[in-house]
Design a protein around this ligand. Structure first.
Ligand code: DSN
Length: 472
């Protein structure tokens, strides 16, 4: 019997790798087996298509391509130009953006590119203007000093980490918290929702240069029209980091006021979360910021990864297909079914539910820390991550929350009935785990963990991961 193309491709690749370093081939094979067997509920992960994965394993990896399409610092970039231009075209068409920059290697990189573009666009320093027009050699030491002081003293207002914001939105463990004078807006303690009046008040008081919206653990929609009005009212540049929900924007689940692209001056994203592409980042913007954004490499980024840009082009083409909106709708339907299943069983959820791809369980309701809950679930074959909840008494390391998301399981084909079964498994583990004398230790009967693991893997048997890939 002849093998299908996917099986042949991956088998052959492994055979070639195995001939050089068998342990790498073994690890790749083991990774597929582990992913096939686990109930992956990490909200920021997904499964890229075989075409997307295969687009990364080729000669583009060998090419330097600093610069942008048609304006490179290296010769011989004609084929890189082809894939970069294709990825950018797909991104523009998919999101309705005037400009797309597809080089960032990650979400952090995409945000750094955006920060640079905003600073370069907004800072009036004569020294910066000189630097922009390539008169760098004319700058005196005093110019450079003035420039560094000016660039380093700008203000950013973003969502607080414990309310679901992201590290790169001005928080100390990230370079953005060292570059910018940062202030946060949180969520309403009673509802867990963003209070737009409070955001407006914080913006009036703080007068930020940049207002950032976007999150990695907020389970609700954000009204980007209102956020833009707030930014305009204080003359701030409005930036949206849609890394988590880019797939929901692409799939037209988030439209109108909830689609960031028409409202923000600049939008950043990763490509590997709900968008289901390769691991990487991207920036979308209007014509005003396009030139500065295109300076991302070498201003902020190391050499572009042409093999990943090729994979971005493939994944973005997939996201433009007619079936992607159905996938995006199912992600949200599944998250809501999971939330309802958990609520019915007595779990405490931040905001009481979800209207996106993620659910945040406050596991203090089970008497546990996030760390204890995460490990107990992992012992039971359920892969999640701990996450702070608003005003978390356990801080960002131990936390009081478990974040779960549905993009990956939805790709496998699981539906609302399986989400209810998943809620039952999660509730069973959490309600039968006890704290074990420290914020990390816990007590869970190994027989129960084993039973739940088996149930989790049975749930997956009807939904094989990469059904076309048979490694033999
Ligand atoms: N690490 C990503 C997440 O899990 O949300 C965000 O950077």
């Amino acid at each position: 019997m002849s093998l299908n193309a996917e099986s042949t491709a991956f088998r052959s690749a492994l055979e070639v790798i195995r001939a050089v370093e068998p342990r790498v081939a073994d690890a790749i094979e083991a990774e597929l087996a582990d992913q096939r067997e686990s109930l992956k509920l990490i909200a920021s992960e997904n499964y890229a298509s075989p075409a997307t994965l295969l687009a990364m394993g080729n000669w583009f990896s060998d090419k330097y391509a600093e610069g942008t399409v048609g304006r490179r610092f290296y010769a011989g970039c004609q084929n890189v130009d082809t894939v970069e231009a294709l990825a950018a075209e797909h991104a523009r068409e998919l999101f309705g953006a005037a400009h797309a920059y597809v080089q960032p290697h990650s979400g952090i990189d995409a945000n750094l590119v955006a920060f640079w573009a905003i600073l370069a666009d907004r800072i009036e320093s004569p020294a910066l203007k000189k630097a922009q027009v390539r008169q760098v050699n004319d700058l005196t030491e005093a110019d450079w000093f003035a420039l560094r002081r000016e660039l380093g003293n700008q203000r950013m207002l973003g969502m607080s980490l414990d309310a679901g914001g992201h590290l790169t939105h001005g928080f100390r463990p990230n370079i953005s918290g060292k570059m910018f004078d940062q202030r946060s807006y949180g969520t309403d303690p009673a509802t867990g929702l963003i209070d737009y009046d409070k955001v407006a008040e914080a913006a009036r008081e703080f007068q930020p240069l940049i207002l950032v919206a976007g999150y990695s653990a907020y389970p609700r929609k954000v009204n980007f029209r209102i956020m833009r009005e707030i930014a305009d009212s204080v003359g701030a540049t409005f930036m949206v980091d849609m890394a988590h929900f880019a797939g929901l924007v692409a799939g037209k689940v988030f439209t109108g006021d909830f689609d960031p692209v028409p409202h923000a001056h600049i939008v950043t994203t990763t490509t590997h979360k709900s968008l289901r592409g390769p691991r990487g980042g991207m920036v979308l913007c209007g014509p005003e910021l396009a030139d500065q954004v295109d300076r991302g490499c070498p201003m902020v980024l190391g050499g572009p990864l042409p093999h990943v840009m090729a994979a971005k082009a493939v994944a973005l083409a997939e996201a433009r297909r007619p079936d992607f909106p159905d996938y995006a709708q199912r992600i949200v339907g599944n998250a809501q079914a999971l939330a309802e299943g958990l609520l019915r069983r007595g779990a405490k959820l931040v905001t009481g539910g979800t209207d996106n791809h993620l659910v945040l369980i406050d596991v203090s309701g089970y008497g546990l820390t996030g760390r204890q809950a995460e490990q107990a679930l992992l012992d039971s074959g359920i892969v999640t991550n701990r996450n702070a909840v608003p005003q978390d008494p356990n801080g960002a390391w131990y936390t009081s929350g478990i974040r779960i998301g549905t993009p990956a399981l939805t790709t496998r084909g699981l539906g609302t009935a399986e989400m209810d079964a998943t809620a039952e498994l999660i509730h069973t583990v959490l309600s039968q785990t006890n704290p074990g004398g420290s914020k990390a230790k816990y007590v869970l009967d190994p027989a129960l963990a084993d039973k739940v693991s088996k149930q989790a893997s049975e749930l997956l048997t009807k939904f094989p991961l990469y059904p076309a890939v048979d490694l033999g």
